[in-house]
Design a protein around this ligand. Structure first.
Ligand SMILES: C[S@@+](CC[C@H](N)C(=O)[O-])C[C@H]1O[C@@H](n2cnc3c(N)ncnc32)[C@H](O)[C@@H]1O
Length: 336
């Protein structure tokens, strides 16, 4: 959940739950992979249907606590793995007939409320932003990367127009002392010349930092590729995103593998994957008025899905090339 958490929100809502369930149809049974288990909102709903199994993943070790209760209740129907979804292909699936793979990107209400994770600009203390299984924190990024690198992270990941001034002031300030969350908020406030009174000054910079710390671009790209490799014919791939960059990646991936070009029988097999998916809806699904009323922070959610049309597992995609610039920026993290 990337949308800001509003004060009236007091608990975790699984976003677009009804819509997800109607797309993956668990009433007919089968195995489902919930790539972003979180508080288990989607998984619990799927397990309400007999003859279903869920394999759930989450990078946050805290999710294990929620998962443990479900493991006790659904001993033979539920399994949890504390891994990143880019590692989907390491799952030992034997002959599971995977009917659906779902992603609900970003973070949960519980995570943004956890002061140790430091995801919110209200946090007092050290910068962190690690969702789990990370190799560096936001403190490392802010205090160690150079000015140009910081500027690129803010600009490319969150379209922060004033990233240049923010990066400049970070580098100036960190000579005096290590930058913590509240110092960063102050630096951003001072650096922003164009104030937006509806959105907190820190929103974009914090989003960019969280994405960078958690390698969210490559996680999404390799998550989509590996999910598609696992999925069998008629299986559904469904993804809920919360900001335009994520949506752009999902849209490109699904569309580029589902264009209905007529294929000659002389076309090399590797090119036939252009027809790997059937896209029944071109436009994304957004939350209903009822959901927006109950959970205003679902407002930026978008759901896209596609149905796999063949048992074709070794396909080619140019998605890495398409988003090369963003992957290159994520690689700045390798030296931390
Ligand atoms: C919006 S929450 C999911 C909420 C869940 N659908 C529910 O109803 O409770 C997103 C979850 O995805 C997890 N997550 C984010 N990126 C991940 C990744 N690359 N691999 C595995 N889990 C990830 C986060 O730790 C978080 O728990």
């Amino acid at each position: 959940m990337d949308a800001a958490i509003t004060p009236m929100m007091q608990k975790h809502y699984p976003v677009l739950l009804k819509e997800i369930i109607s797309i993956i149809s668990p009433q007919y049974g089968g195995t489902f992979i919930d790539c972003t288990f979180g508080q288990g909102g989607y998984t619990k709903k799927i397990l309400e249907f007999d003859n279903t199994k869920v394999i759930a993943l989450d990078r946050d070790p805290e999710s294990k606590k929620v998962a443990l209760k479900l493991t006790e209740k659904f001993e033979n129907r539920f399994k949890f793995k504390n891994i990143k979804f880019s590692q989907l292909k390491n799952l030992k699936l034997k002959n599971e007939n995977i009917k659906g793979i779902i992603f609900d990107l970003g973070y949960s209400y519980t995570q943004i409320k956890d002061p140790d994770k430091g995801l919110s600009f209200d946090t007092v203390g050290k910068l962190n932003m690690q969702l789990g299984l990370n190799s560096f924190s936001a403190e490392d990024v802010i205090n160690k990367l150079d000015q140009k690198e910081l500027e690129k992270i803010f600009r490319y990941f969150a379209d922060e127009k004033e990233g240049k001034y923010i990066a400049k002031n970070i580098v100036k300030e960190r000579i005096k002392k290590k930058i913590d969350t509240q110092t960063l908020v102050k630096i951003i406030d001072i650096s922003k010349r164009r104030k937006n009174f509806r959105v907190n000054n820190s929103t974009k910079t914090f989003q960019a930092l969280r994405m960078f710390v958690n390698n969210e671009i490559s996680e999404l790209i390799y998550g989509l590729i590996n999910a598609t490799k696992i999925l069998k014919k008629d299986g559904v791939l469904a993804v809920v995103t919360f900001h335009s960059l994520e949506d752009k990646i999902v849209k490109y991936f699904l569309k580029s593998l589902s264009e209905n070009k007529s294929i000659s029988r002389y076309t090399p097999v590797t090119q036939q994957c252009e027809n790997l998916f059937k896209l029944t809806k071109k436009k994304p699904i957004s939350p209903s008025y009822k959901e927006l009323n109950e959970n205003p922070s679902s407002r930026s959610a978008k759901l896209r899905f596609a149905i796999k049309k063949s048992d074709f597992f070794d396909f080619e995609t140019d998605i890495e090339d398409q988003f090369k610039k963003l992957i290159e920026i994520e690689n700045f993290g390798k030296k931390l």
